[in-house]
Design a protein around this ligand. Structure first.
Ligand code: ADP
Ligand code: MG
Length: 227
């Protein structure tokens, strides 16, 4: 099964985001406030500490939502850079090794292929996809990252993890759609917005209990390669 994003869907995603972002921030802050009020009335020190813990958790959750949100809204006015794709992905893999745990990386990357965009956003986008691949294989496995160069550049990120149902594939990239206890459901929305801002395409193919491949297609940088 495959899902592609149209311009129309992109707009829908953005307006859904606007509708849900305040809700997603207000919720944890409201709970945080509630726990702090409970602390005021609580005599038992141990219980007080528990309430404070829970309150901090709410603030962390709200911060997390804001951070994921800001990473791509912030970038519009930043200047466009020429990104060395292989170099950027290798750096990312290095940074994700700790998080990967029992998951290993396999990569087939091509030298001297460049795309135009912002380093920070590009890394965020590919990083979010790789992290999902890692998280889909809690018992370990392999994430495979492949560059295919034609007229455009295709980056394929595959795992042999839990995969997605038809319904989950439909909702891939939708803000706050998550199947994880601690998930934000913002990673694929951010990735989608970043890819679209680079005038590229993102697609997902997935089969339940078999695995998932995310394809990111980008225009190659037209500037002459000066090495
Ligand atoms: P989060 O990771 O916080 O849940 P994402 O936006 O990154 O949010 O992903 C949304 C959902 O898409 C995940 O909760 C999961 O259900 C599904 N998903 C994304 N990537 C994969 C993958 N590689 N394998 C299985 N499911 C995935
Ligand atoms: Mg994620």
């Amino acid at each position: 099964l495959r899902k592609t994003f149209s311009q129309h869907e992109k707009l829908r995603v953005v307006s859904q985001l606007a509708a849900s972002i305040s809700h997603e921030i207000r919720n944890p802050l409201t709970s945080s406030k509630g726990f702090l009020q409970l602390v005021q009335e609580e005599r038992n020190e141990k219980t007080q500490r528990e309430f404070i813990e829970l309150s901090l958790k709410g603030i962390d959750q709200a911060t997390h939502v804001i951070e994921e949100y800001l990473t791509f809204t912030n970038s519009a006015k930043d200047k466009i850079e020429r990104i060395d794709v292989k170099h950027s992905i290798l750096e990312l893999i290095e940074n994700l090794k700790l998080k990967a745990g029992k998951v290993s990386f396999h990569h087939q990357l091509i030298d001297d292929v460049y795309v135009d965009g912002q380093h920070h956003s590009f890394r965020k986008c590919i990083g979010n996809v790789i992290v999902n691949a890692i998280e889909s294989m809690p018992l370990g496995g392999e994430v495979s990252i492949t560059m295919i160069e034609k007229e455009s550049l295709m980056i394929a990120i595959s795992d042999s993890g839990q995969g997605m149902t038809k319904e989950q594939i439909q909702r891939f990239g939708e803000p706050f759609f998550t199947t994880k206890d601690e998930g934000t459901g913002l990673g694929m929305m951010a990735a989608t917005i970043i890819v679209h801002s680079m005038k590229g395409k993102i697609q997902v193919e997935s089969e339940l209990n078999k695995g998932t491949t995310v394809f990111i297609e980008l225009h190659k940088s037209l500037k002459a390669d000066t090495g």
